[in-house]
Design a protein around this ligand. Structure first.
Ligand SMILES: [Zn+2]
Length: 58
């Protein structure tokens, strides 16, 4: 299971994501970031910040 706590990237956000499909999880994160954080431009810096916080637990 790939897991991400949005609060690790966006302090104060309680949203958490988990999915066995990493790409599907990233799609959910992108949708959440756009809806709740107003982030529509995923720069390489933002993507790498998010990806650095992804955990994998079987
Ligand atoms: Zn969030």
């Amino acid at each position: 299971m790939f897991k991400l706590a949005c609060g690790d990237v966006m302090p104060g956000c309680a949203a958490r994501f988990e999915n066995s499909d990493r790409a599907a999880m990233m799609a959910a994160v992108v949708a959440h970031a756009g809806a709740d954080h107003g982030i529509t431009d995923f720069t390489p810096e933002i993507v790498s910040a998010v990806e650095s916080k992804i955990l994998f637990a079987a």
